[in-house]
Design a protein around this ligand. Structure first.
Ligand code: HPA
Ligand code: ZN
Length: 317
């Protein structure tokens, strides 16, 4: 391992945008599915565009049948995070998918929470609804999230296909979630446009999942900077889904230089063949972020968390 590798590995980091279900590696899928092969599982992690990625993601969730399956993938993920010196994580659970499959969200949440409690990584959860499932399904997710707000659920988010249903259709859902004490962290401006970021801001978004299309709107860049609203950036994800055509075209450096708060994240590490450490390394190697700048981004990953780390505030910040 090179010195450079060790530097990014050793940096104390937090993960604020990481989907539990997107962290399941093909080896674990083979354990979960009888008579399957690693080749079959790896082949499923190939896609050419964003909708292909969403299909692959949905397929993985279909293999997670019991609370024990969810506990297993949580343990596996947290082992990997601990090995990267990730001290804190806000993990997205696709609660909307769990409900859509008529699985027991309380049982699954209890299983992942117990699994996470065994890890040295401190964890809080964000319950994600699915945009294209619509407001009624999202409300059910928000209601469950509200039920567990004092039990480790820090936020409410929306993932999926942002082009399908406008954020304003979820206005009552966001309002309910906020009133219940949940923080709001929706995906927006990943594959669509800057207007979608404005739209979730209007609904009270405190962090933006991706939000890279903000680069198309100077007024939005100023708004994010002046209001200290961070973008959860996942460079490898954006290339893998085709959200951005090439590394050279990725706006992370321009967003940073415009003063927009940035956090680096892995998003769906197994599905994008990346790790949080890789994302820091990539920011250095391809986008010229200095070590001091990356240390600042690592500090951001703690600073913009919604909860947690009550006992070690002084070391984290
Ligand atoms: N975008 C939208 N939906 C998702 C993502 C994402 O990055 N990851 C998992 N579901
Ligand atoms: Zn995501």
């Amino acid at each position: 391992m090179s010195i450079v590798t060790d530097y990014f590995l050793n940096l104390e980091k937090a993960e604020l945008h990481l989907h539990l279900e997107g962290s399941v590696d093909p080896e674990t899928l083979v354990e979960l599915v009888a008579d399957s092969t690693i080749e079959e599982m790896r082949a499923r992690y190939q896609y050419t565009d964003f909708l292909g990625f969403l299909q692959a993601y949905k397929w993985v969730t279909g293999l997670l049948r019991t609370p024990q399956d969810y506990a297993l993938i949580t343990r596996r993920l947290l082992e990997k995070l601990a090995a990267q010196n990730v001290r804190y994580a806000e993990l997205n659970l696709s609660a909307g998918v769990v409900l859509w499959r008529s699985q027991s969200l309380p049982a699954i949440y209890e299983a992942v929470r117990i699994a996470a409690a065994e890890s040295p990584v401190e964890v809080n959860w964000i319950f994600d609804a699915v945009r294209q499932f619509g407001p009624e399904a999202a409300m059910q997710v928000a209601e469950f999230a509200a039920e567990f707000v004092r039990d480790g659920v820090a936020g409410f988010g929306i993932g999926g296909d942002e082009a399908r249903v406008p954020a304003r259709d979820f206005a009552h859902v966001f309002a309910f979630a906020k009133k219940a004490g949940l923080h709001i962290a929706p995906h927006a401006g990943e594959v669509s446009n800057a207007q979608n970021v404005w739209d979730v801001l209007e609904q009270g978004a405190e962090r933006i999942g991706h939000g890279i299309r903000a680069i198309e709107d100077p007024a939005l860049l100023r708004h994010l900077r002046d209001n200290d609203i961070p973008l959860e950036i996942s460079i490898t994800s954006n290339i893998a889904t085709g959200a951005i055509a090439s590394l050279d075209a990725h706006p992370v450096r321009k967003l940073y230089d415009a003063g927009v708060p940035i956090i680096l994240n892995s998003d769906d590490p197994a599905m994008f063949h990346t790790t949080l450490t890789d994302e820091y390394r990539l920011a250095a190697s391809h986008f010229g972020f200095s070590n001091a700048e990356l240390e600042g981004l690592a500090r951001n990953s703690f600073r913009y968390r919604f909860a947690g780390l009550s006992g070690c505030e002084s070391t984290a910040l």
